[in-house]
Design a protein around this ligand. Structure first.
Ligand SMILES: Nc1ncnc2c1ncn2[C@@H]1O[C@H](COP(=O)(O)OP(=O)(O)OP(=O)(O)O)[C@@H](O)[C@H]1O
Ligand SMILES: [Mg+2]
Length: 223
């Protein structure tokens, strides 16, 4: 379970003016649930996902994941935690342009101590799930936006983590690939993964397997 208590994230605009990107967030997300995080641009969706993923630290408050308090983990611990527990599809992909698709996807496996054979098998499986196998040897530099997004999806799934955080994962996908991705999410939910999708995409409205919709406005959760 993911428990968030009194979470605040304060930024200093132009290093001066205080700006709360997240304000007193309290949330409980059950294990194996599928949650859609909605809100207009600038409402705090990416900020919240990055705090849950321990990629950034809150100004105050707590994040407890599987009974472990993760908000203030030292960097080395948080990168270990992420490697094992989190799959993250970044809004801006965060891929290495000069590396091949296959090499990008294998990166999350490096700290986990797998053999090359195991890495190859896992990467192939992820490539297939994300429908990007045909570009496996291509440099990311040469991919279209939707292909990069599928590469980012494959990378997020490769470590078989129990928590999958998706930031606008269909923003650059065509309809068929969006539907395919939604089917993938449905399968992952059946495997008891906890999934949070931040999105504007109306394709996530009215899905029959959504457990919770969270609306966020100006950094505040509106139930
Ligand atoms: N490092 C930062 N310094 C200052 N302000 C920031 C920083 N990161 C985010 N913000 C601000 O926090 C607010 C929330 O940003 P966030 O990226 O979480 O929004 P979002 O809901 O994901 O928006 P979008 O739908 O456009 O992706 C925005 O106003 C943004 O400008
Ligand atoms: Mg965002």
């Amino acid at each position: 379970m993911i428990k968030i208590k009194n979470l605040n994230k304060l930024f200093y605009e132009n290093s001066k003016k205080e700006f709360y990107a997240l304000k007193d967030i309290n949330l409980e997300i059950q294990t194996s649930s599928f949650v859609v995080l909605k809100g207009v641009s600038g409402s705090g969706k990416s900020t919240l996902l990055s705090l849950i993923a321990t990629m950034d630290k809150p100004t105050s408050g707590e994040i407890i994941i599987d009974n472990e308090s993760v908000a203030k983990l030292p960097d080395l611990h948080s990168s270990n935690f992420r490697a094992k527990k989190i799959g993250f599809i970044f809004q801006s992909y965060n891929l290495f342009n000069e590396l091949s698709v296959k090499d990008n996807i294998s990166i999350p496996l490096i700290p986990l101590g797998y053999s090359q054979k195991q890495i190859d098998e896992k990467v192939l499986k992820s490539l297939e799930i994300a429908n990007i196998s045909h570009k496996k040897d291509e440099l990311v530099l040469n991919l279209s936006g939707g292909e990069k997004q599928r590469c980012a999806i494959a990378r997020a799934l490769v470590n078989d983590s129990n928590i999958i955080l998706c930031d606008e994962p269909t923003a650059n996908l065509d309809y068929d690939n969006s539907i395919r991705f939604i089917e993938t999410l449905k399968e992952l939910k059946k495997l008891n993964k906890t999934i949070i999708v931040a999105t504007h995409d109306p394709i996530f409205d009215n899905l029959d397997f959504v457990d919770k919709i969270i609306n966020i406005k100006n950094g505040i959760i509106c139930e």
